[in-house]
Design a protein around this ligand. Sequence first.
Ligand SMILES: *Cc1c(COP(=O)(O)O)cnc(C)c1O
Length: 359
Amino acid sequence: MARVYNFSAGPAVLPEEVLKQAAAELYEYGTTGQSVMEMSHRSKEYEAIIHECEALFRAVMSIPDNYKVLFLQGGASLQFGMVPQNLMLSGKADYAVTGQFSKKAYAEAKKFGTAVQIASSAEQNFSRIPAESEFAYSKDADYVHVCFNNTIYGTKFPFIPNTGDIPLVADMSSCILSEPIDVSRFGLIYAGAQKNIGPAGLTVVIIREDLIGKAPEGTPTMLDYKTYAENESMYNTPPTYAIYICKLVLEWIQGKGGLAGMQKHNQAKAALLYDFLDSSKLFKAPAEKGSRSMMNVTFVTGDEELDKKFVSEAKAKGFINIKGHRSVGGMRASIYNAMPMEGVEKLVAFMKEFEAANA
Ligand SMILES: *Cc1c(COP(=O)(O)O)cnc(C)c1O
């Protein structure tokens, strides 16, 4: 069987080496006589897996010692509510609205207090990240929330907002582990696993320790970061298998030169695709040059029928999930860490053929 090139925005492609290792260990993990899926999360064998996963996260992302790495469930979407539940203590928080997910996070925060929209690119159909000079920060916000990479629109923050003493919270679901990032600039980073970390069902939260334990009385146990921090993410059963796959992915990243290696690999793939789009007579990239995502590349022909034809011919050639999100239309190639260079090269070759036949 030939594997397809899967350009899905998430759940997304995983490294082939990881899938093969997982397959080899699926039936029996080491000499334990059981699959990881069957293991008690309280067993010595499983504890070694989750601890190693956390240690790898710390090593790969150079996470400072005063941060906790937490493994949760509920997706990035649960964090839209958990962040204000735990951090909106005086009742006010700033939100930059740069796409669908930040809009959802902003709407959710309004249930907890005053959420202030400090910047938005809605009028440009989210084709750009507003410059920091456009950010109208409140001086008294409990935190500032941004979506660092806008999966649907294909834009990414080209800068880390300077929020001074106010904690910066970032949804990094679709860009975590894609390049080195200075974690110390953030109060909290969260990411659903199904884009660049592993399978769906796991959410990773990286949180500065002083932000833990402030949730108001009456906060449900499972919605309090403290519960996870105090119990090594095992107050209840964590998503054990997803964490195991995450560990394999982190080992794979380490073997490829860590985040510096990933950045080089991702920059090369994105450059190939954007360079072609910028020179194409048929396709164009709606995301502004200074705001472009390295992970999600959106493009259109300008003709809906032609877009449909492209998506269907691409699928027939083994390039799947290349249709854009329903709110943007056109196409989107998500080229996460695990997408090989070869996949992008072949896609660009196919786009050239399509252009020659249809321009
Ligand atoms: C996918 C995605 C989400 C939603 O994630 P779920 O895990 O499905 O809740 C939120 N934010 C961003 C940036 C995403 O890419």
